[in-house]
Design a protein around this ligand. Structure first.
Ligand SMILES: [Zn+2]
Length: 280
């Protein structure tokens, strides 16, 4: 499961943004710089019971509820494929339809999910720290879902804050962009990205090679690392790259992580918690 990236360049940006007021943020910039991680860091800090200037404490019941994906005051709006990949539980109805093979996980943010989010923003918060809606990747909203979100952004119920993250801000409705404070994602220093990738278990020489090929975008490298590649594959990669062996890259299977996460998710009926369920 993808953990939140605990990286210095994300932490610096979180500190900067949390020092500013704003009920809706739009994090934008190229993919792979940790948009999702920064968005989650901000939502966590807003809901944390003992936040510091640096962000969420990571230890209170609220932080714990976010870590186990069951916080009643956090609504996550993502395409179902991304929710599965990042380990967020789907709504009971959506999970049931996918289990019964009525349909496949959606690649865009569904209208149903947006309706849930609108309803969520009108509810009273459960833990006394307000509520947060996280939208990622925001460009995967269609016109209907984007308009529903816009209405909520225009007339936000008092205690809800929004953080949208996108690598394609130009694809969003201009009216959504203008309702949000914009933040352009900052690039990590090269050594920060390498240290972070090593900390996630990617061997240093491989991290260096992959960072170069990923244009210096560390979370793109991590996505590849989570795609089920074996240590042998990593070890053989530099040699294969030197020799221009394309067959080696052919063994890379970007769908593997998706299938692995899907398998790891609780089945209908057996799941102890669902989105929106309060367990603490
Ligand atoms: Zn906390």
């Amino acid at each position: 499961m993808s953990a939140v990236l605990n990286a210095p360049w994300i932490a610096r940006q979180a500190t900067d943004l949390l020092a500013q007021r704003g009920h809706a943020w739009l994090l934008q910039g190229p993919s792979g710089l940790g948009q999702y991680d920064l968005a989650l860091a901000m939502a966590s800090a807003w809901l944390c019971e003992k936040p510091t200037a640096q962000g969420a404490c990571g230890e209170c019941p609220s932080c714990h509820a976010i870590a186990v994906r069951t916080h009643a005051d956090l609504e996550v709006l993502m395409p179902e494929t991304v929710m599965i990949e990042l380990g967020w539980p789907l709504s009971e109805k959506a999970q049931d339809e996918i289990d019964k093979k009525t349909r496949k996980p959606s690649k865009e943010i569904r209208v149903d999910a947006m309706r849930d989010a609108v309803e969520f923003s009108q509810r009273t918060n459960a833990r006394g720290r307000g509520k947060a809606v996280l939208v990622f990747p925001a460009e995967r909203m269609n016109t209907i879902t984007a308009n529903a979100l816009l209405k909520t952004l225009e007339e936000p119920p008092g205690d809800v804050r929004f953080v949208l993250a996108t690598e394609a801000a130009h694809m969003l409705l201009p009216t959504i962009r203008s309702r949000c404070l914009a933040h352009i994602m900052k690039w990590p220093e090269a050594d920060e990205a390498l240290t972070c990738l090593s900390g996630q278990g990617v061997p240093a020489p491989v991290a260096q090679a992959l960072l170069r090929s990923a244009g210096g975008r560390p979370t793109d490298v991590l996505r590849q690392a989570e795609s089920g590649l074996s240590p042998e594959w990593w070890a053989d990669l530099p040699k294969a790259m030197r020799q221009g062996d394309a067959r080696h890259l052919g063994r890379f299977d970007p769908g593997a992580s998706h299938r692995r996460f899907a398998k790891a998710l609780p089945r209908s009926g057996a799941a102890p918690v669902r989105r929106g369920a309060e367990v603490f």
